[in-house]
Design a protein around this ligand. Structure first.
Ligand SMILES: [Zn+2]
Length: 364
């Protein structure tokens, strides 16, 4: 598996409300795959691919004929959120320390001693993030046993206060500054949630295009904004498109690791793409889950069913937009989620890509 695009997606900063750099990268990657590409007022990148007939040698892109007068093609919407969890600059204190406002759910235990990028108008500035308080050498046992809150963390960019205040503004975005790496059979990054879905949206349609297989549905691949703060972009995009069927592509937990009983593992890495039966935001359409499973079985693609006890994803917003639609979640199991070491098995990611590409032509 070539991970070049995934690496670039993961290393491009983009937090809820500031997805523009990720969006620009995706726009540069999807040329030729879609018939119409627009950005809505909220920032969602809406990519439409019209129905395609089976490709013949004489005619490369014949548009499928509508079945009968008045029949409209089924609208299928895929949602791939572009945002990663991150921070906004909340304030700069008199010593030049940057105080932060989180955008998305952080576990403070994953926030210690992190390199960060403060993305300013003049460029990205590297800094260090740590919690307030004494280091180990001079702290009491009681102090060391306490986990600080997110608001206790601050950023030091190594400059005097006047320089910090000149370069950095309240509202600038901050992301973790950690490299994408390949580790054994896996990929590791701080932003696999949810750049893997951006990758899936692009690569599944690329696989479909390469295959030349016909599809009679009108496909809307939407790269959404602000998922991590409450599925906001998918709600407006779903309302605009009014899909018949929608899939939320996202990460889910893989807690097949020490300290978690196997019945709580949610998914197991290497066991394939995840049919996301339910979470706090969605109960997936059970027939849609069955359909996806049948396609996987026919094409010999590995899949596993899973329930996430808490958490949400864009499928929930699309399911409830306007008059509602048939929706399901299609996920990829991710270890150490919402940390800088998020890890995904490459074969699970490939299974998800192959399943989306094989399923689209089956929607009639
Ligand atoms: Zn996500």
């Amino acid at each position: 598996m070539n991970t070049d695009l995934l690496k670039r997606l993961c290393e491009t900063p983009g937090i809820p409300g500031r997805e523009e750099r990720v969006r620009d990268l995706i726009i540069s990657e999807v040329k030729g795959l879609f018939d119409d590409i627009t950005t809505d007022p909220m920032g969602n990148l809406m990519c439409r691919r019209d129905p395609r007939g089976r490709r013949t040698s004489s005619k490369k892109k014949s548009t499928a004929k509508k079945k009968s007068s008045g029949a409209r093609p089924k609208k299928v919407m895929l949602a791939c959120h572009m945002d990663e969890i991150g921070f906004y600059v909340k304030a700069i204190d008199d010593k030049g320390f940057i105080r932060i406002q989180p955008a998305g759910g952080f576990d403070p235990r994953n926030m210690f001693s992190r390199r960060v990028l403060v993305c300013t108008k003049g460029g990205d500035i590297v800094g260090s993030m740590n919690p307030g308080g004494r280091p180990i050498h001079i702290s009491s046992a009681e102090e060391r046993s306490k986990v600080p809150e997110v608001k206790d963390f601050f950023i030091d960019i190594g400059l005097p206060a006047a320089d910090v205040k000149r370069k950095v503004r309240v509202g600038d975005m901050i992301v973790w500054h950690e490299p994408f790496e390949e580790v054994g059979h896996k990929v590791m990054s701080k932003a696999l949630d949810n750049r893997i879905a951006c990758w899936l949206g692009i690569e599944s349609v690329r696989a479909l295009e390469k295959s030349g297989v016909a599809h009679s549905c009108e496909l809307h691949c939407v790269f959404t904004v602000q998922e991590e703060v409450g599925l906001r972009g998918a709600r407006t995009a779903g309302s605009a498109i009014e899909p018949d069927i929608a899939l939320g592509l996202d990460t889910t937990l893989a807690c097949d690791t020490p300290g978690v009983p196997s019945e709580e593992s949610v998914t197991k890495q290497g066991d394939g793409a995840v049919l996301h039966v339910m979470d706090s935001s969605i109960i997936s359409d059970h027939e849609l889950i069955n359909d996806l499973e049948a396609v996987a079985k026919k094409k010999r693609i590995k899949v596993q069913r899973s329930i996430l006890p808490r958490g949400g994803q864009d499928g929930g917003a699309m399911q409830q937009a306007m008059k509602g639609c048939r929706a399901a979640g299609l996920s990829v199991g991710t270890r150490y989620i919402h940390s800088v070491t998020e890890m995904i098995h490459k074969s699970d990611l490939e299974a998800a890509r192959d399943l989306v590409a094989a399923w689209i032509p089956t929607v009639k």
